[in-house]
Design a protein around this ligand. Sequence first.
Ligand code: FAS
Ligand code: PHB
Length: 391
Amino acid sequence: MRTQVAIIGGGPAGLLLAHILDRHGIDSVVLERQTRAYVLKRIRAGVLEAGTVELLREVGLGERLNREGHSHDGSAIAWAGRERFFIDTKKYTGKSMMAYGQTAITEDLYAARDAAGGQIVDEAADVQLHDLTSDRPCVTFDKDGASRRIDCDYVAGCDGFHGVSRQSTPDSMLRTFDKGYPFGWLGIMSETPPFPDLCYCYHQRGFALASMRSPMLSRYYIQCDLDTRLEDWPDERFWEEFKARCPQKMADAIVTGPSIEKSLAPLRSFVAEPMRYGRLFLAGDAAHIVPPTGAKGLNLAVSDVFYLSRALADVYRRGDPRHLDGYSDMALRRVWGAVRLSWWLTNLLHRFPGDTAFDQRMKESQLDYLASSEHAQASLAEQYVGIPFEE
Ligand code: FAS
Ligand code: PHB
C-alpha cells in the first residue's frame, strides 16, 4: 500500500486528521489497534472549547453537534459555605462552551470517513514505524495474520499515551515532563436530567463535578483515592458522597438514578517535546496528557490536528514547509498553556493528602479572589474557553 500520510490511531485525533486532510485532497490510511466497537464504547471528554466547535462546524461536522450539543456560557465553581460563582466565558470573551461527548464526536468522525470512503484499518496489530528520518518512511503492521506495509510521505502519531509513535522517537531526541497526582476521578453516567450548569465543587471531602451529555444524560465525577475499586462504589454510595460535596441547595437539586457506566481515571500531566521526529508528527494524547479538571484533553487533540492538517496542506498544495517546520513549537505553546491551566485548577479544586490548614486557607482565599475580581474571572474565562489558534 502507498499513501501520503499514514495515521496511527483511530481516536478523535487520528480520525479528525484523516477527515480534514481528505477535504484538502490529501490521502491517508488510519491504522487502529482496536475494533471500531471498542473505540466507540469509550466514554471520555464532554466539554468543547469554542475553537473546537468552530473547527468541527467548518469541516462539515456540525450537523449533529448543533442538534444535540448543549451550548452554555461558562461553568460554575461552588464551595461549601459560599455562594457559587460562574466562569462567565460569554461575558468576558463573547464565546460559549459546548457540552457534546467525545463518543458522539468519534461516531460522527467514523460516519464521515465511511461516507468519504476513507481507509481505516481496524485491529491493526504490531504497528511499527520505519525510516522516519528518511524521505521515504513506512509503517508495517499485522492484519488477519498477514504482515502489511504502507509506504508514505509522513506519519501522524495519533495513538494516545500508550501508543507506539512517541516510543518510536529515540530517547535522546525526546524530552518528557511528567507529573502524577495522588488521586483519580470516579465517574458515572446516568440517564437523568443533568444539573443545569456544569459545576465544579471544592469541598473538604474532595472535588466533585456535575456535567452533562444531553437533556437526559448526566455525567458526574468525584475525586477518589488511587486505590479505589469500582466494586466498593455502588450507586447509592456514589450519590450520597457526591451530594455531601455540594452546597445544600445544589445537592437538593441533583436528580439521581441508576448508573449506566462507571469508570476510574487517574490524573496526570505529561508533555513530550518536540512533537516531531523526522517525518513523524505527534498529535493529541500521544504527545501530552492533562488532568480532566480543565476539560482540555480532547480540545488539545483538536488544536494539534488543526495545526498539523494546515501544515500538511501547505506542503502538498504550495510546497510551503513553514507551518510544518513550526508545527511542534506552535502546538507546544498551546499545549503548555492548557497544561498549566489544568494543573492550576486541579491544585485549586482538589484535596491533596497532607494538605494543611494553611493550604486550605490558600485555596479558599484564591477562590474568594476569583469570586470578587472581574479581572481574575476574565483571565480564567479566556483560558477556559480556549485561547484562539495561532495564525
Ligand atoms: P485516544 O487515546 O483517544 O486515541 C488513540 C487511539 O490510538 C486509540 O483508539 C487506541 O486504540 C489507538 N492506539 C493506541 N496504540 C496503538 C497502536 N500501537 N497502533 C494502532 N493504534 C493504537 N478529556 C477531557 O477533556 N475530559 C475528560 O473528562 C476526559 N476523560 C478521560 C478519561 C480517560 C479514561 C482517558 C484515558 C482520557 C480522558 N480524557 C478526557 C482525555 C481524552 O479525551 C483524550 O484527550 C482524547 O481521547 C485524545 O484523543 P487522541 O489523541 O485521539 O487519543
Ligand atoms: C465531562 O463532562 O466529562 C467533563 C466536563 C468538564 C471537565 C471534565 C470532564 O472539566
